[in-house]
Design a protein around this ligand. Structure first.
Ligand SMILES: Nc1ncnc2c1ncn2[C@@H]1O[C@H](COP(=O)(O)OP(=O)(O)OP(=O)(O)O)[C@@H](O)[C@H]1O
Ligand SMILES: [Mg+2]
Length: 244
């Protein structure tokens, strides 16, 4: 997630390492990588990444572990090496490092059009590769509103689905890893992955380009994905994102 007014971003040097991660990776030096809006933290230790979430959001980790294991059958996503809870209600996850660099890195911020095209191709590959009929996870409108404590009619009726796919669920720029040639090395942050209309992902993926790179790149992503712009579904799913 990376709302325009959010604080998610590169973690400050010296960010405190949760004790559970020190126990999970004994003797390793953990370098801060990312601090999310919920207080969750990600660190790198050699060829592994360790992510920790505080007690109020610990359930995210269990959801993410299940989804990484499932999606990894068809797609390049982090391989889960270990996970657990921290005794204080928090939870953690250790994964094997994927190659590539996050699309929000300085290297890709300097080439936003190539990055946007890579993200579009990668999202198409994700939607094409994951089998909807076998997917045990759902990211439907009713469930999202219920989880956010919003009444089902908070936004008016959703537009009819264009195409049901397995959506990433948090298709923001930082969650795509790109190789130097602009191709996608993999996707991270799959805690919300599930079946939904593909515009639930496309609306937010394009919005996130604006937050991370600036305006004017929506069509680059949509062309690379291979779809015409859909202003009605885009607007509706952005409102849903903001509401949930
Ligand atoms: N296995 C991995 N291989 C490579 N990079 C990784 C891996 N796991 C995490 N990362 C890096 O760490 C960052 C943070 O991980 P992740 O997106 O899972 O955390 P998050 O706190 O849920 O993010 P958000 O703020 O988007 O909710 C990613 O954007 C990516 O750059
Ligand atoms: Mg992320």
């Amino acid at each position: 997630m990376d709302l325009p007014h959010g604080v998610a971003g590169e973690a400050p040097e010296g960010l405190e390492v949760p004790p559970a991660l020190l126990r999970a990776l004994p003797g390793e030096t953990l370098h801060p990588v990312w601090l999310n809006q919920l207080g969750g933290r990600t660190f790198r230790a050699g060829d592994r990444f360790a992510k920790w979430m505080p007690a109020e959001h610990a359930a995210v980790i269990e959801r993410e572990v299940a989804r990484l294991r499932w999606a990894g059958q068809w797609l390049s996503v982090p391989r889960v090496l270990a996970s657990g809870s921290d005794g204080g209600g928090g939870a953690w996850l250790v994964t094997a490092a994927l190659p590539g660099e996050s699309a929000v890195s300085a290297r890709w911020k300097a080439e936003p059009a190539r990055a946007a095209a890579g993200i579009g191709r990668g999202l198409r590959r994700l939607h094409d590769a994951l089998p909807v009929e076998q997917c045990p996870f759902e990211w439907g409108v009713a469930r999202r509103l219920a989880r956010a404590g919003r009444p089902p009619d908070a936004l008016g009726p959703p537009p009819p689905p264009d195409r049901l796919v397995v959506c990433h669920g948090d298709p923001c720029v930082p969650n795509t890893l790109l190789l130097p040639d602009g191709s996608v090395a993999g996707h991270v942050d799959l805690g919300s992955l599930g079946v939904a209309d593909r515009w639930a992902d496309l609306a937010v993926a394009t919005w996130s380009l604006e937050w991370n790179y600036g305006p004017g790149l929506d069509d680059v992503l949509l062309d690379a994905y291979g779809v015409e712009a859909d202003p009605v579904r885009t607007q509706w799913y952005r409102e849903l994102w903001a509401a949930t």
